[in-house]
Design a protein around this ligand. Structure first.
Ligand code: ZN
Ligand code: ZN
Length: 211
């Protein structure tokens, strides 16, 4: 069974999640934006073997620690979708603009596409491409655990910004309705910022995307 712990990192309180298979204790980290010592302390405290880095998208608060962590532990970088290449190329500039420590450049070991799967230990998660906030944004869904790690696509009571280069409001709404809602009303999502919620709750009450 998939388990997870969410750790807010960076001055943007970005929800970095450690996800692991509780048969094997093999773990992946989703969106290591920064604060690597804190993340590695959690890995150790939980007794996990960190094996992979998974990225939802390449904004600095989500991807800023990726290059350093991958190099330090020799980890593969999985994701995001190639539509975010320009955001990866722009990480040094994003670091300066938002006052983050310099981000080490990286190249994903494996790009992701809609319909792909990622695996950690005995757990498999489905990948959906959800453009709109960024062109290459992906989300990770575990049907078994009824959890989805959605980055900055959807928040409790809100949706992702679309005023950055490559953002597209209509596309974001379509991603949410056509690719998140089919995961089921009971599915709990872990957004990139703020508290968890369920898709059913958002379909009832989210002013941007309610039914
Ligand atoms: Zn973002
Ligand atoms: Zn974010």
């Amino acid at each position: 069974m998939l388990r997870y712990q969410t750790i807010p990192v960076t001055p943007f309180a970005q929800n970095c999640s450690l996800v692991w298979c509780d048969d094997t204790q093999k773990a992946a980290v989703i969106d290591p934006g920064g604060d690597l010592p804190q993340l590695l302390a959690a890995v150790k405290a939980l007794g996990l073997a960190l094996e992979q880095i998974w990225l939802t998208h390449a904004h600095i608060d989500h991807a800023g620690g990726t290059g350093e962590l991958a190099e330090a532990l020799n980890l593969p970088i999985v994701g995001p979708h190639p539509g975010d290449q320009f955001w990866i190329d722009g990480l040094p500039e994003q670091s300066m603009r938002f006052g983050f420590p310099p981000a080490k450049p990286f190249t994903p070991t494996r790009w992701l596409a809609d319909g792909d799967t990622v695996q950690i230990g005995h757990c498999t998660l489905n990948v959906r491409h959800c453009p709109g906030h960024t062109p290459g944004h992906v989300v990770f869904h575990s049907p078994e655990a009824q959890r989805a790690f959605v980055g900055d696509v959807l928040f409790a009571g809100s949706i992702g910004r679309t005023d950055f280069p490559g953002g597209n409001h209509e596309q974001l709404l379509a991603s949410i309705r056509e690719r998140l809602w089919p995961m089921g009303n009971e599915t709990v999502f872990i957004p990139g910022h703020g508290p968890e919620s369920s898709f059913g709750q958002e379909r009832r009450t989210n002013p941007f995307v309610h039914d």
